[in-house]
Design a protein around this ligand. Structure first.
Ligand code: NAD
Length: 274
């Protein structure tokens, strides 16, 4: 079974499950992305700040997967969060990736001072009009940021990439996303590794012959999210995409829902970081 296609609000589609490369060096990115493509991943999530766009680009260039089958995401870093800054940063990312377009470009963080993110958003809208990026979105935005973008530009992001896992379920943001047809893309889906030894998840997994990591990713998929787990271990890279031959039942879903914890963040809080 292969990765389902997820329809975005601008009419484009992307794989519901992809491969993330945070804290992967350029050298590692070449082998890891090659490994991921061989395992069947077609969506790759990088960012300028990960400093591995060259490695991702090399793996893509060396692979025999047609460009049209790939879905490449990169992100605008905080020091370029302005109209002109975004246009320059985008060109640099494209060059490092050796691509002539990216599928999805995101504003990485909204920031805590000023509204540079609104100006940056106008630049992303221009890049989309020019066809150099197919879809545009945001990351780590909270409800007021999203509302501000929509009110001032009328351009709705296709998705918001946020920390979301069983211990931090982001119910308020999800409600807003649903109202505005913004997809929820989940980073840190495995709690950055902190959830893979959870006994509740392990018990659910035993029913299906699946690991806790696979149960977690299945929960994301069954909840209607896009998800981008990361591993540099070839066995785990394969394990994390081997989740399309089972579904969780309603009881499992309810049990996982009860794991939600308002203070369950493992990453930075966008109201004070970025
Ligand atoms: P994750 O939840 O995907 O956890 C990754 C870690 O979990 C691995 O380093 C490994 O230690 C462990 N792991 C992975 N698969 C496993 C398995 N099958 N069994 C046991 N352990 C396993 O965390 P992440 O890397 O932070 O998030 C995924 C991706 O999301 C990143 O690589 C990046 O692309 C993106 N991300 C985006 C932001 C953002 O601000 N937009 C922030 C963090 C991450």
């Amino acid at each position: 079974p292969s990765v389902p296609s997820f329809r975005l609000n601008d009419g484009n589609s992307m794989p519901q499950l992809g491969y993330g490369v945070w804290r992967v060096s350029n050298e590692e990115a070449v082998s890891c992305v090659t490994e991921a493509l061989q395992a069947g991943y077609r969506s790759i999530d990088t960012a300028a700040i990960y400093e591995n766009e060259e490695g991702v680009g090399q793996a893509i260039a060396a692979s025999n997967v047609p460009r049209s089958e790939l879905f490449i995401t990169t992100k605008l870093w905080n020091d370029k969060r302005s109209y002109d800054g975004a246009l320059v940063a985008f060109d640099e990312s494209l060059k490092r990736l050796q691509l002539d377009y990216v599928d999805l470009y995101l504003i990485h963080w909204p920031g805590t001072s000023g509204e540079g993110y609104v100006d940056a958003w106008r630049a992303l809208a221009r890049l989309k009009e020019e066809g150099r990026v197919k879809s545009i979105g945001v990351s780590n935005f909270m409800v007021p940021h999203l509302q501000r973008l929509i009110d001032t530009t009328g351009v709705v992001p296709v998705l918001n990439q946020i920390e979301l896992h069983p211990r931090f379920q982001q119910t308020e943001l999800r409600r807003f996303h649903a109202q505005h047809d913004i997809a929820t893309e989940c980073w840190g889906p495995l709690g950055q590794g902190s959830l893979v030894t959870d006994e509740t998840l392990a018990a659910i997994g035993r029913k299906y012959g699946k690991t806790p990591a696979q149960v977690i990713l299945r929960w994301h998929l069954d909840s209607g999210f896009i998800v981008i787990p990361k591993s540099i271990n070839p066995t785990r890279i394969r394990e994390n995409i081997d989740v399309f031959d089972f579904t969780l039942d309603a009881d499992d879903m309810r049990i996982i829902e009860t794991m939600n914890d308002k203070s369950g963040r493992v990453g930075p809080d966008p109201s004070v970081f970025g």
